[in-house]
Every structure is written in C-alpha cells, then in structure tokens.
Write a protein that binds this ligand. Structure first.
Ligand code: UGA
Ligand code: MN
Length: 253
C-alpha cells in the first residue's frame, strides 16, 4: 500500500525548516505520497519550489482558513480550528484521484511541526481499518496512548477527558483509504468542541473495537508532538530603527 501523508502548512518564519525536517524523514520511506495543503489563498513560491526540489512524490494544494473563523469569546467550547479545511482538501484529492478497486492506500495526518521516526510508517502501512499508537510529548504528559488489553484498545491513557470517543492526537492514528469510499461524507468540521476533532472524525469511520494497536501493543513512541518555538526577530527591527537594511529579503529562510 501507498502511504498518503496529509500535511496542512501555513506561512511563518520556521515553515521551511519544519518542511525540511519532514521531507528528510519522508525521503527514507518507500512508497509515500505527500499531500501538502497550504493554508493560503494562493500557492506560495516557497512551498512550490521546496516540493519540486524535494524529489518526493507530492501533490501541492491550497485552501485558506477564513480569517473571520474566530470563535466568539462567549463560547469557550469552540476553538479556531487548525488544519481543518486543509485536511479536507487532502481527503477530497484522494477521493478524486485514488481508485479503491485497483489501489491500496493508507492515510496519515502528518502535521508539519511533529517529529516522525521512520519506523512509524512500517507500523501503519498494513492498516486494515484504523491503526493507533502512542504520541510523545502531548497532552501535558510524557506521552498519551491507547490502553491495550489482549491486543484490543479498551480505553485511553490521557489526563484530559479520557472519555472522549477517540481520545488521541491527530498524530496517533492512520486509516485505510478505502474508508473514504465506504463513508463518502466523512470529513473534518470547522465547528467541533475543543479537543474533539479526532473523535468527531474517527466516529464517522470506525468503532473502538476495530482499532488495530501498533508499535508493540502501543508500548513504543514513534512520533512526537513537538512544537517549534517562535523565533524572535527583534534585531531585524533594531536594524530598521537605525535606518539599516537588515537581512536580505531575497534570501529565503
Ligand atoms: C494540535 C493537534 O496536534 C493538531 O492535529 C490539531 O489540528 C490542533 O491541535 C488543533 O487544535 O486543531 P497544535 O500543535 O496545537 O496541534 O497545532 P498546529 O501544529 O499549530 O496545527 C496543526 C496543523 O495545522 C499543522 O500542520 C499546521 O501547519 C496547520 N495550521 C496551523 C494551518 O494550516 N493553519 C494555521 O493557521 C495553523
Ligand atoms: Mn502541532
């Protein structure tokens, strides 16, 4: 099976560094197709050139998250969603371009800031419906994980709301592409209770007894929910205050 990686991404100073870390991991993995969806009105030159130079199999898409999609401050149960329309664009591309009668595929939502061990892709490649594993550095814990007994998922090790239907991070599961055709309306939604994005999505596709625990019965961490510090640019501003040009904007970072 081909692994389809769906990666939402948006412009910020660390974007190319993040994408480089991912690309150099993905280069080590056979039979991947990287679907990169920019949260932008247009496809940027940076991402366009980056993907073309990467040598990876890729599809480059874009869809902007509407800027007014801010939650009303009186409604704390909802949060401005991240990556929702972009992941849906990736799913739509697969529905339009993948032939479930003649191809085999597995879909994984690979956010651009996480860290992936290449062995994770061996774990997910033979997913029948949905496979699951622990995620490191998430939920204000060392890791979160499905709780596994006799090779079945029986619950969730998380501090926060373990009674969610699928209490795991986006990085903690992969699905068989066939499910997109069995459930043609399944998608991510803009209006979902905070922390329920994964649960809302998976509830449309599988039940808990269908989950396939991977990574040695969910005892090994092969993906980390790293979050990159926002770099300060205050000395660029100081250059400008002094009437000096600062760094050359023709140099891409
Ligand atoms: C957590 C989960 O790990 C995400 O999968 C989930 O989408 C997110 O919460 C959420 O609250 O919706 P977190 O690290 O807080 O992740 O989110 P980011 O990594 O900042 O964003 C998730 C993905 O969406 C990334 O690939 C990021 O590049 C992308 N994104 C983020 C956009 O496309 N546009 C944005 O404005 C922000
Ligand atoms: Mn993240």
């Amino acid at each position: 099976p081909t692994i389809y990686l769906i990666t939402p991404t948006y412009y910020r100073h660390v974007q190319k560094a993040e994408l480089t870390r991912l690309a150099h991991t993905f280069m080590l993995v056979p039979n991947l197709h990287w679907i990169v969806i920019e949260d932008s009105e247009v496809k940027t030159k940076l991402v366009f050139h980056f993907l073309h130079e990467s040598g990876l199999n890729f599809t480059h898409l874009n869809v902007a998250t509407p800027s007014h999609y801010k939650m009303d401050s009186t409604d704390p149960n909802w949060l401005k969603p991240r990556g929702v329309l972009q992941r849906n664009a990736g799913l739509q591309w697969i529905r339009d371009n993948f032939d479930p009668d003649h191809q085999q595929g597995v879909i994984y939502f690979a956010d651009d800031d996480n860290t992936y061990d290449i062995r994770l892709f061996d774990e997910m490649r033979w997913t029948r419906k949905a496979s699951v594993w622990p995620v490191g550095l998430v939920g204000y814990l060392r890791y979160e994980s499905p709780v596994v007994k006799n090779s079945k998922v029986i619950g969730w090790f998380t501090y926060w709301e373990p009674n969610r239907p699928f209490a795991m991070d986006m990085a903690g599961f992969a699905i068989n592409a066939e499910l997109l055709f069995d459930f043609p309306d399944a998608k991510f939604k803009l209006q979902v209770r905070r922390g329920y994005q994964e649960s809302e999505f998976l509830s449309q596709l599988v039940t808990i007894d269908q989950l396939e625990p991977k990574a040695e019965d969910c005892t090994k961490v092969l993906v980390w929910h790293t979050r990159t510090e926002k770099p300060q640019m205050k000395n660029e501003d100081k250059f400008k205050k002094k009437g000096l040009p600062g760094s050359d904007m023709n140099v891409e970072i």
